[in-house]
Ligand binder design. Sequence first.
Ligand code: NI
Length: 140
Amino acid sequence: MANDLMRFSVAVPEDLLIQFDQLVARRGLAKNRSEVVRDLIRGALVEEECDLPGVEVMGSLTIVYDHHAVDLRDKLHGIQHDYFANILATTHVHVDHHTCLEVIILRGQTELVQEVGNRILGLKGVKNGHLALTSVHDYA
Ligand code: NI
């Protein structure tokens, strides 16, 4: 069966194995070496998939900006309306008197999601931000 567990052995330097076991321990009691190796494999496959054009991905774009920046809120609003079909939700947090944080959840093909991210991250007044992509592909 395609999802039967298969065993394979891997040779790694002892120091790397010690560091890996420390990572496994940090992940908690629900995870063992095999679970963490499977997580890492899935993570690598998702990361590679998100670099390919034409793949349906989910994106979370986090931005920090000064809400006093001239025209910025209008421009942010305009871009989000331009891509309404790809923007599933936006969460806005008032960090302090000047600073806002938004998390924008996107869905679409890789290049479109990256285009929206780049348009928003490129706006004057956006201080910093990060677009994280993931796929919804069901890896075993
Ligand atoms: Ni705000």
